[in-house]
Design a protein around this ligand. Structure first.
Ligand SMILES: *[C@@H]1O[C@H](CO)[C@@H](O)[C@H](O)[C@H]1NC(C)=O
Ligand SMILES: *[C@@H]1O[C@H](CO)[C@@H](O)[C@H](O)[C@H]1NC(C)=O
Ligand SMILES: *[C@@H]1O[C@H](CO)[C@@H](O)[C@H](O)[C@H]1NC(C)=O
Length: 280
């Protein structure tokens, strides 16, 4: 009971903590470019923000100019409002190779809060690691921060600085761990069917508009050297502080798992995959 209350306190503290950094004003084009749905992508606010639109003719997406071998990636975004059932807004890292690595934030459209955030982890082509939480706020109303930490010790997904998912490097247990250069991607597309419990997207509600901001990138760019160079403690996100959650973050993470997670792939198995226990 006591620890539950402490968890709630820490959780609220983290959720309300604002980043101390000055407002981020990197231009979209400094690190990213539009890859598809060119006439459905609109840079605004002096290119510090991009609006992606989905209608019956197309969605749209962008990706980073470079590939990364580690980092603490972030974006601020606002997902489409109105009844967006069937619409999927995504922010993710992917290696795009044949046996690919991928780390996904996927926001499922809905008519009203609570909205579902699904995360997934692919390593060496193997995915099927979906987890779903109900967000504790309405992500269509305002910008919120979404981050992915990726170093050689752990991968952590954060929502407004609250850890919502941990995937540890469990290679010792024989679990594959993402180690291929990945690009950062953002998109909005029609995922009616799987993202909507079989319901069709209501095109009378279109256009669906998603907004992304903060385009600076804390990552190890792979220009001409091996990915191993990205594991150096020269990069701050590889330092010991980021090898595991601190006690405060751990409490907040446990709180999310108890209160907001409603689906975990681990529960599909009578004998869960080896990583399940250690990631909880
Ligand atoms: C727009 O951004 C550029 C740099 O990307 C900056 O030099 C310029 O002052 C900005 N303009 C306004 C009106 O903020
Ligand atoms: C959509 O919202 C309803 C509440 O109106 C909620 O019960 C349901 O879980 C939500 N569905 C998804 C996929 O988030
Ligand atoms: C939202 O749209 C979905 C898909 O078209 C539909 O099934 C659902 O009834 C709509 N919800 C409301 C409250 O209108």
């Amino acid at each position: 009971m006591e620890s539950w209350i402490l968890g709630l306190f820490v959780f609220l503290f983290l959720a309300s903590a604002k980043t101390s950094k000055a407002r981020n004003s990197a231009s979209f084009y400094s690190n990213y470019y539009v890859t598809w749905g060119f006439d459905h992508a609109l840079p605004i606010n002096n290119e510090t923000e991009i609006q992606l639109t989905l209608d019956q003719t197309s969605g749209s997406g962008f990706e980073s100019k470079w590939r990364y071998g580690s980092g603490f990636f972030h974006i601020r975004m606002k997902i489409p409002d109105k009844n967006s059932t069937g619409v999927l807004t995504a922010f993710y890292l992917t290696s795009r190779s044949s046996d690919h690595d991928e780390l996904d934030f996927e926001f499922l459209g809905n008519n009203t809060a609570p909205y579902t955030l699904q995360t997934n982890v692919f390593a060496n082509g193997q995915g099927g690691r979906e987890q779903r939480i109900h967000l504790w706020f309405d992500p269509t109303k305002d910008f919120h921060s979404y981050k992915i930490l990726w170093n050689q010790h752990q991968i952590v997904f954060y929502v407004d600085n609250v850890p919502i998912r941990v995937f540890k490097n469990n290679r010792k247990m024989g679990v594959n761990y993402p180690n291929q250069p990945m690009q950062i991607e953002g998109s909005v597309w029609n995922a009616e069917g799987w993202a909507s419990g079989g319901k069709r997207t209501d095109w009378n509600q279109a256009p669906f508009k998603a907004y992304f901001r903060e385009f600076d990138i804390n990552g190890c760019v792979l220009h001409d050297y091996a990915v191993e160079k990205c594991y150096s403690s020269h990069f701050w996100w590889n330092r010991e502080k980021f090898w595991k959650l601190n006690p405060k973050d751990l409490k907040a993470y446990e709180h999310v798992r108890t209160k907001y997670m409603y689906y975990d792939y681990c529960s599909r198995y009578s004998k869960p995959p080896p990583e399940c226990k250690s990631n909880q």
